[in-house]
Structure formats: structure tokens, C-alpha cells
Design a protein around this ligand. Structure first.
Ligand SMILES: Nc1ncnc2c1ncn2[C@@H]1O[C@H](COP(=O)(O)OP(=O)(O)OP(=O)(O)O)[C@@H](O)[C@H]1O
Ligand SMILES: [Mg+2]
Length: 233
């Protein structure tokens, strides 16, 4: 049985997309067949990060019922299989989030892992991805202002009876008012399973259109992503 894992956060810009890309690539290079899906259909970015800007067909075509998702797979140089979502402003008027849930649910047995990048916060779009998933992986930082939004996404995942994979702290050490890990675990009642440092190699890898675990596999940030992927196995 495949495992569908949604990568979620309470607020935008926390690092869901970077985390989803690198977790998926790390799992794939650890020998698990992995499909990365851009479930952030309203503001997709995976095709830009991974150098697939020119694709014609994408997840929205499966949502329109025009094509099966298996015909939308793009293979990155790393070997990772990706279903990007590239949308125009007019596509956004007709997005059917029930169909998003249905299409992602259908992916379950396609591979060992389906890693779903989602849009920030709690809304019909992120809920469609979460409902289609078996497991929730929450990305957060330790900034006081983020913690409240993180709590809401945890509560929602628990209400939907999703298996909680714990908290991934990303870009730690750069904010003025940060909790420490222990305080965050106490407040959020979830374990921190990874602490991913802020690292400019993430930006360098973006410019190369590669996941950082592929372009800079021995960097500290990549080691943390590999450790996290191993914990998910
Ligand atoms: N560990 C990191 N080190 C350095 N930069 C990072 C790291 N994680 C994310 N970033 C950068 O932070 C920015 C936001 O990251 P990302 O796009 O992954 O966030 P997001 O949660 O997916 O945002 P959105 O909610 O808008 O989809 C990007 O410029 C990304 O390159
Ligand atoms: Mg994103």
C-alpha cells in the first residue's frame, strides 16, 4: 500500500514546497518509489523550482476530467517523478476541490510514497489534499507569531484522524522572537522530528532547478532532509 503524506503549514512562506521537494527526492534516492504532487493548484511553484515551466498539461487537466494523472508525470533529472500544477488566472475560476481530493486519493497505490505540497492555512484547497492523505507532516518555524497558526493546522489534522508525523522546524534561528524546540513541543503537543537550518544552498539549488538534496547532497541542510526521510520510512 502506498502512503499519501500532505505537507502542510498554518501560514505561507514557511517552507512547505522546499520541504516537499526535498523529502520526496530523498525518499526516492533511498529506494522508495515516490511521486511528488503540487497540490497548491491555486499558486503552484513546483514546476518553477524543478525546471518544468514549459509543460503544457498539468494537474488541472486531471481536475477537469480531461486526462488521467498518470499521463501528467514529469521526471526530474534526479529520477523523481513529479505531477506539477501550472494554472492560468482563468483556470482558477473553475477549480473543483472535490475533484482534487478524488484525483490525489487515486494516486495511493501508484507508488510507495505520494508527497503532496499544499497551499498555506486551512481552506477548501488544503483540506482537499489533507482529506485525500493518510498522514500529515506539519512544517513550522519557531516564531511566536507562527505557532498559533501551526496549532490550528495540527488540530484540523487530528480532527480528520490523520496520522501525525510530527513537526518539521524550518529556517530556525533567523527570527527575533523564537520559542525553543522544547517550548514548541509543549505548546503544540507534537514532537519535533527535524530541524532544517536556513541555508543559502537552498536558493542555489533553486537556480539550478534541482532539489538541494540532489545538487548539494553533503550539505548540512541536505543531511537533515535525508534524516527526515529516513524517519518517515
Ligand atoms: N531551509 C531553508 N533555507 C533557506 N531558504 C529556505 C529554506 N526553506 C525555504 N526557504 C526559502 O523560503 C521561501 C519560502 O519557501 P517555500 O516556497 O518552500 O514556502 P511555502 O511554505 O511553500 O510558501 P507558500 O505558502 O507561499 O507556498 C523560498 O524563497 C525558499 O527558497
Ligand atoms: Mg509553497
Amino acid at each position: 500500500m502506498g502512503r499519501i503524506i500532505s505537507v502542510l503549514s498554518g501560514k505561507g512562506g514557511i517552507g512547505k514546497t522546499v520541504s516537499a521537494i526535498n523529502i520526496a527526492c530523498a525518499l526516492n534516492s533511498l529506494g522508495k518509489h515516490t511521486l511528488l504532487v503540487d497540490g497548491n493548484v491555486s499558486a503552484p511553484t513546483i514546476h518553477i523550482h524543478l525546471g518544468a515551466k514549459d509543460i503544457e498539461l498539468s494537474l488541472k487537466d486531471a481536475l477537469n476530467g480531461n486526462i488521467h494523472f498518470s499521463n501528467l508525470i514529469h521526471t526530474h533529472a534526479s529520477g523523481l517523478q513529479v505531477i506539477p500544477a501550472k494554472t492560468s488566472a482563468s483556470d482558477l475560476k473553475n477549480l473543483d476541490f472535490n475533484k482534487l481530493k478524488e484525483v490525489i486519493s487515486d494516486m495511493k497505490n501508484f507508488s510507495d510514497f505520494v508527497i503532496v505540497d499544499t497551499c498555506a492555512g486551512i481552506n477548501d484547497e488544503s483540506l482537499a489534499c489533507l482529506e485525500a492523505s493518510d498522514e500529515a507532516l506539519i512544517i513550522t518555524n519557531l516564531e511566536e507569531a507562527t505557532i498559533d497558526a501551526t496549532r490550528k493546522i495540527i488540530e484540523t489534522s487530528l480532527e480528520l484522524k490523520k496520522d501525525m508525523r510530527g513537526l518539521v522546524v524550518n529556517k530556525s534561528g533567523i527570527w527575533c522572537h523564537e520559542l525553543n524546540e522544547r517550548e514548541a513541543m509543549n505548546v503544540l503537543e507534537q514532537p519535533v522530528i527535524a530541524n532544517i537550518p536556513f541555508d543559502r544552498k537552498v536558493h542555489k539549488s533553486n537556480l539550478l532547478n534541482h532539489p538541494v538534496v540532489y545538487s548539494h547532497p553533503h550539505s548540512k541542510v541536505s543531511k537533515e532532509f535525508f534524516n527526515l526521510a529516513s524517519k518517515l520510512l
